[in-house]
Design a protein around this ligand. Structure first.
Ligand code: GLN
Length: 264
């Protein structure tokens, strides 16, 4: 038990039965292990569709999924407003792909019609006349500023993406910065950050491939500037392998000339 905390860190995994298509449930396992390795107690709260969403957790995980289940998840979260209350109280959120889309202002359903999002992330997701974005996704070096201005050096972000929608960050939103390989948001940037809510197109699961992003979320959720370092040498080897594979386009389709000329 961490002397600084009297209670376990509570992590809510929202609707894995609706938003568990891409293995993002692994993010909860990564966070739980990184807390346990530091002797910090953790309580994973799994919330299935139709169940009440708690509004008192420290960290919320919303995964990726298909268009239909995504609409249902957005409807339940809009009706209860539990996630809005949690964010108002300072909770940290990681929202992956469909999760990011539903936390924004609007997103397309399976018929291409606009659905209202939760308005927690400053972005709009739209359908475009372009192929689905499928393949490895790699960013440049990322530094994220906490709401209080504290900078976190996250390094290159690596993962894979699989989405039809493209996301337009709002004027007030920050992003992870430039995409090196893949599509990301679709405008050459990846991710959307509003306050302590991080949205991203990275599957992988994202936190298994990007441990510094995991520690950023844990620092925000536990209210500290930084956590005790862990030995991530094995993960660094995995990261180097994935970065090389993406750069050699072993796993990612090469961008079309049309996309390169459009600068997207
Ligand atoms: N259904 C959404 C899209 O295709 C999100 C997909 C996902 O979560 N991977 O854009």
């Amino acid at each position: 038990m961490n002397a600084a905390r009297e209670s376990a860190v509570r992590i809510a995994v929202l609707f894995p039965d609706l938003l568990g298509t891409y293995g993002d449930g692994g993010n909860a396992i990564v966070l739980a292990r990184r807390l346990a390795w530091r002797d910090i107690d953790v309580d994973i709260v799994t919330v299935a569709a139709g169940e009440a969403v708690p509004d008192s957790c420290d960290l919320y995980l919303v995964g990726g999924g298909e268009d239909g289940p995504q609409v249902q998840a957005a409807g339940e979260l809009a009706a209860s407003r539990a996630l809005h209350r949690a964010v108002d109280s300072g909770a940290t959120v990681l929202a992956i792909c469909a999760g990011m889309q539903i936390l924004g202002h609007r997103f397309p359903d399976a018929h291409g019609n606009d659905q209202s999002g939760l308005g927690l992330l400053d972005c709009d997701t739209i359908r475009v006349d372009r192929p689905r974005a499928v393949g490895e996704l790699l960013t440049g070096d990322v530094t994220i500023l906490a709401p209080d201005g504290h900078p976190f050096d996250i390094g290159i972000l690596t993962g894979f993406e699989n989405h039809a929608g493209r996301t337009v960050p709002g004027a007030g939103a920050r992003t992870f910065g430039r995409v090196e390989i893949g599509e990301g948001n679709g405008d050459g940037t990846e991710g959307v950050i509003t306050g302590r809510i991080i949205g991203t197109y990275l599957h992988g699961p994202a936190l298994a491939r990007n441990p510094r992003l995991a520690d950023l979320l844990l620092a925000w959720a536990t209210g500290v500037d930084s956590l005790a370092p862990l030995d991530d040498s094995e993960i660094d080897l995995l990261r180097a392998d994935r970065v090389l594979a993406a750069r050699k386009h072993e796993l990612a389709p090469r961008r079309s000339w049309r996309d390169i000329l459009r600068g997207s």
